[in-house]
Ligand binder design. Structure first.
Ligand code: ADP
Ligand code: MG
Length: 311
């Protein structure tokens, strides 16, 4: 359990984070959402002491982080920032294994962990472990970046706008993958975003920041149905609309005969889901199934044509 207790950070006497108190349960995803300048990054960086609080403290399992040396603390806490930040001259395997290597894990243990994470992200180890970042699609690079942040099994993973650089359609897929992997590994994640839709999709608990203050902390359903302030209501109201049409059309409308690689989507999945899979995996088509039986495929081209027909 992570307890943030009246934590404050002043810059030139002005609070960037103003007496924020919140508890994060182990094994959950908390998303801190707010507009630019609301104090999200400062709050996140005080958790691993990249930024020192002016007052207040953070406790991890009852232990104040002020009593832990910052470099020890940062080994226990993973940190992922916008963009993937991969080392271009290192293979995928070395990139993912970078922190375990620092922690002196054995070569066998690192190798097993790399393969486990690649499989979790649906990247066949034999195909991908020896590639360089430049030989991957943007979505694959992003997956490797998140795999790297998870590699050393941190107690806590802090993520600052990790999908901010991704196209909104790929982002949906990235969020789903992160959520699935978080559930499988039982990780505790605190993620910062300015995107309320991302917060609602990913979070067990959403924490809304406005001008350095925590204005609401609740489940996504509570945030949507009972926004605590006008500001929260306004953020919920602005959730993006451009892809709404594709979200409403089931894959069944565009199913055609033919085969495709990869995991099948059910016929009642949306075209938006199918588009996400195409862009995220770099495949031109996705197999479609009904009650466990393959019924055909839906292609990227067909989805694009449909989106263009109804702008
Ligand atoms: P967010 O991540 O929500 O965009 P930040 O935490 O980066 O917000 O910043 C919150 C406020 O604190 C902003 O007004 C910003 O200008 C200010 N701030 C952040 N870092 C510093 C700094 N090192 N020195 C002075 N002001 C800062
Ligand atoms: Mg920020």
């Amino acid at each position: 359990m992570i307890e943030i207790d009246r934590i404050t950070r002043l810059y030139n006497g002005v609070p960037a984070v103003d007496a924020v108190t919140m508890t994060v349960e182990t094994g959950t995803v908390t998303v801190i959402v707010g507009t630019s300048g609301s104090g999200k990054t400062t709050l996140l960086r005080m958790i691993n002491r990249l930024e020192e609080p002016s007052s207040g403290e953070v406790r991890i399992n009852g232990e104040s982080t002020l009593t832990i040396k910052p470099h020890i603390l940062r080994r226990r806490i993973g940190y992922a920032i916008q963009g993937h930040g991969l080392f271009p001259h290192h293979t995928v395997a070395r990139n993912i294994g970078a922190v375990p290597e620092l922690l002196n894990w054995s070569a066998d243990k690192i190798s097993a962990r790399v393969d486990e994470l690649l499989r979790l992200f649906s990247m066949e180890p034999a195909t991908f472990r020896n590639r360089y970042p430049g030989e991957l699609s943007g979505g694959q690079q992003q997956r490797v970046g998140v795999a790297r942040a998870l590699a050393s099994r941190p107690d806590l993973l802090l993520m600052d706008e990790p999908f901010g650089a991704l196209d909104p359609v790929i982002r949906t897929r990235a969020q789903d993958d992160l959520r699935r992997i978080q559930k499988q590994l039982g990780s505790t994640i605190i993620l910062v975003t300015h995107d309320m839709e991302e917060a609602i999709r990913l979070a067990d608990r959403v924490a809304v920041m406005d001008s350095g203050q925590l204005v609401q902390h609740g489940t996504p359903a509570e945030i949507i149905t009972r926004p605590a302030t006008e500001f929260v209501a306004d953020m919920v109201g602005r959730v993006e609309r451009p892809l709404r049409l594709l979200s409403l059309v089931p894959v069944s409308e565009l199913v055609e005969e033919g085969v495709a690689e990869g995991e099948a989507l059910p016929v009642d999945a949306s075209l938006r889901d199918a588009l996400s899979v195409c862009l995220w995996t770099g495949r031109a088509a996705v197999p479609v199934e009904q009650d466990g039986v393959l019924v055909g495929r839906v292609t990227f081209e067909a989805i694009r044509a449909r989106a263009r027909a109804h702008p």
